[in-house]
Design a protein around this ligand. Sequence first.
Ligand SMILES: [Mn+2]
Length: 341
Amino acid sequence: MALEDEINQDELIEGLKRQVVSLQRDARRKHDSQLELVAAVREAAYDAAVLVGKPKPVLKPVRSMGKQKPLVPLLHLTDWQTGKKTISYDSDVAVRRVRHVINTTRELADLMRHVHPINEIVVAFGGDMMEGLGVFPGQVYEVDATAYQQLLTVAHLEAECILSLLEDFQKVTVKSVPGNHGRIGRKGDMPKEDNLDLIAYELARAYLGEQKRLDWQENLQWHDHIVIGNYKALLIHGDEVKGGSAGTPVPPLQRKITQWAAGGGPPEEWDDVYLGHWHQNVVTTLPGGGMVRMTPSSESGSIYASQTMGAAGVPAQRLMFIHPGKGRVISEQLIWLEDVT
Ligand SMILES: [Mn+2]
């Protein structure tokens, strides 16, 4: 056999081998296609949320913008409860809903840019970004991931949100507070600082690598302070407010925040308050004119919410546009999520 033929023969054999492997793979796939498809989709969703290596600094965006006064979006991301499993929610749905919020925010900011310069954004992480484990008895039956998995998914997702926003905004500022679901063990077992939310924020900051246009300071307190020009607001998780009745926490919420405003609260100056925790959309005005905005969760189908509050909240996150000169919100919207499944 000529050398040329031998090579061709070898190639042929190699080609056939590859084909056999591929056919075997196909056969196996068809065999449990249903199961494999489900597994593949789950894996893809997780993989996509996982960053590989340290990201390079994101390139500074260049945008043409309108001539009116500049605006700053304030995006309130809260109560993702990642890891919670209900009839319409699980870890994968959480990832898809969060991505939808980020994409919608980028689109809305682009629309506003026709009229107003928008160079920066403030992100407020409100806590309970993961469901946790052992927060209440029997919780282990209502999750699809261990605390370790939840922690990694959330930290990657938070980092991904910031990287995505850095593509569109010259400056990204992040404020963050822990929630009650990040608690490790039963209430009072461990110091407040031992909280999965706080660990995820720290991991996310580490994943982000060197991003010069990002300002995200560690905050171990139960409140954080949002300052956008003349606009000042308080960010809390919301479990500080106790004693809601008949499905609404509004009376105790108003009472507590009015007490804080009278000097019993955090020492910083603030007009508005942002909170989550209650998985409801509530906007209420304080006697002094400040606005309290309670943002829904991205979760849906909660039996607990149905039973205790008489309403399984409709999932959403909240986006405000702040006029830094006037020091107030000039427009806001809920980004509804029930169609993102
Ligand atoms: Mn909570």
